[in-house]
Design a binder for this molecule. Structure first.
Ligand code: FES
Length: 93
């Protein structure tokens, strides 16, 4: 089975619409820490250059083929982690 990752857009552009200009790096860093804390060490963080939804960023997608999260707030990552755990359970079933 393909391993699960969180694709975190960290793209930087001169325009303010890029996720990296709006906290993408901080989101990646905090998600990595939360994954460690939760013991979800099998989930990788993959910094990525654009998920094609720049206007709605910062964006994070659960991969493979999981949901995308828009306007992710680095201060409020718990809903994303809950969805990730649900996704993992679904894949086991
Ligand atoms: S810059 Fe993040 S989705 Fe395009």
């Amino acid at each position: 089975m393909q391993s699960i990752s969180l694709l975190v857009c960290v793209n930087q552009r001169n325009s303010g619409l890029a996720c990296g200009n709006r906290g993408g790096d901080l989101i990646a860093e905090r998600l990595a820490r939360r994954l460690q804390e939760e013991g979800l060490t099998e989930v990788a963080i993959e910094p990525i250059r654009c998920l094609g939804q720049c206007v709605q960023g910062p964006n994070v997608r659960i991969a493979p083929a999981g949901p995308m999260f828009h306007r992710v707030d680095p201060e409020q990552l718990e809903p994303l982690l809950v969805a990730l755990k649900g996704f993992m359970v679904q894949r086991q079933g």
